[in-house]
Structures are given as structure tokens and as C-alpha cells.
Design a protein around this ligand. Structure first.
Ligand SMILES: C[S@@+](CC[C@H](N)C(=O)[O-])C[C@H]1O[C@@H](n2cnc3c(N)ncnc32)[C@H](O)[C@@H]1O
Length: 197
């Protein structure tokens, strides 16, 4: 896969919090640029994300879409100290017509997501452990129509967690492994159930 943009910060513009603008994961030209690329590739009309922080990943994907997503479903336990309202405000500013729904919850405790949290693409970026990523995949799996992106797969324990989850689900496969990005991502594709005659 080819990166489709050189510097996303030019279009993320003034929503970038000045406190973090010099952090590697913001100013490195090899992080959110990939999320723009995923948006270009997958063209989601809706995005579900576990582990949202300020919403930059979802926003970068939205910028990559020909038509911005109309729905964002955000799940975060705010453990990093960033209130989920920050992501809501950022989405409202960039995509004013989009609907944002949020759930403040610990992905490792809840059994399921609200039944209307259904999205074309899900992004798993909350609990970064072998078991944690599998729990988050189990939460988004029934809520995802087409693709799941998992972040931080340079971490071997996370990559192994993804592979373990996929090995126990026949209708999902890893279609891309982005190894050249800052944190590494895997893209999983769900196969659609065959229509019965
Ligand atoms: C790396 S940041 C997410 C960055 C974001 N996805 C982006 O693209 O900018 C991780 C987020 O996951 C949240 N988080 C960590 N553990 C969690 C858990 N067990 N349940 C829900 N959210 C969690 C943190 O509060 C934080 O906002």
C-alpha cells in the first residue's frame, strides 16, 4: 500500500492541540498520513473507534473519503485524561453534518457495544495488550460491516493478539499489514455472508 499524502498536519490545521503538536505521533509524517490513506482506500460512510483520544485518526480517515463519513461512534474510558468531548468538538468543527455518538466505557469490562453502533470501518486503538486487543476485536466484530483497522501492531503481542483472534473467526482475514508506518497497522476484512437463493 502506498501512502497517499505527505503531511496531514497541514489539513488537520488548527484542531491540533498546541500542547502535543511537537509529539512524534503528531508531527511525524508517517502516522496520521496512513489514516488518510485508509480513508482513501476504504471510503467508510461510518466509523467506529475504540480508543479515540482527540479523534485525529477518525478525522484523518474522514479527510481521505470522497464524501465525509456521516456517523462516528466513539468508545473511550478517558484513562489518558482526554475527555471524549474533545473528539466530539473536533468532529463537529471539521465535519459539521456528521452525527457523533459516544460511550464512555472500559473496553475490558463491557460485554458488548450498543446495538446501533454499526459502522463500515472500525478502528481498534484502546487497550494495547495481547488480551486487550482481542477483547476490543470481539466488541467491534459484530458491529463492523467491512473492515477493522488495528493500530500499534509493531508491538508483537498486539500483532499476535490479532492473529489469534483471526484464527478463530472464519469470516475475517488480514488483508494488509502496514509495517512502514510509525506504529504499524493491520487491516482486517470481513467477508459478507453469502446470499441464499
Ligand atoms: C493511543 S490513544 C488513541 C489515539 C486515537 N485512536 C487517534 O487515532 O488519535 C488511546 C486511547 O485509548 C483509550 N483507552 C485506553 N485503554 C482503554 C480501555 N480499556 N477502554 C477504552 N478506552 C481505552 C485512552 O483513553 C486513549 O484515549
Amino acid at each position: 500500500m502506498q501512502k497517499q499524502i505527505e503531511d496531514i498536519t497541514l489539513i488537520l490545521g488548527n484542531i491540533i492541540d498546541p500542547i502535543i503538536k511537537n509529539e512524534t505521533w503528531v508531527c511525524d509524517k508517517n502516522n496520521y498520513e496512513w489514516y488518510y490513506t485508509f480513508g482513501r482506500l476504504l471510503q467508510p460512510t461510518s466509523i467506529l473507534e475504540i480508543g479515540v483520544s482527540r479523534g485525529y485518526g477518525s478525522i484523518a480517515m474522514g479527510f481521505g473519503c470522497e464524501n465525509p463519513p456521516t456517523h462516528f461512534f466513539f468508545v473511550d474510558n478517558e484513562i489518558d485524561g482526554i475527555p471524549i468531548t474533545t473528539a466530539i468538538q473536533n468532529i463537529n468543527q471539521i465535519f459539521p453534518n456528521a452525527i457523533v455518538e459516544t460511550l464512555i466505557a472500559d473496553s475490558q469490562i463491557i460485554e458488548s457495544l450498543p446495538s446501533h453502533f454499526i459502522a463500515d470501518v472500525s478502528h481498534v486503538d484502546g487497550c494495547h495488550t495481547f488480551g486487550g486487543v482481542q477483547k476490543e476485536l470481539a466488541l467491534v466484530y459484530p458491529c463492523t460491516r467491512y473492515y477493522i483497522i488495528v493500530d500499534d501492531t509493531h508491538g508483537e503481542y498486539i500483532a499476535n493478539g490479532v492473529k489469534t483472534f483471526v484464527s478463530t473467526h472464519n469470516d475475517i482475514q488480514i488483508i494488509h499489514e502496514i509495517t512502514e508506518s510509525l506504529t504499524g497497522q493491520m487491516i482486517l476484512k470481513k467477508s459478507q455472508p453469502k446470499k441464499r437463493n
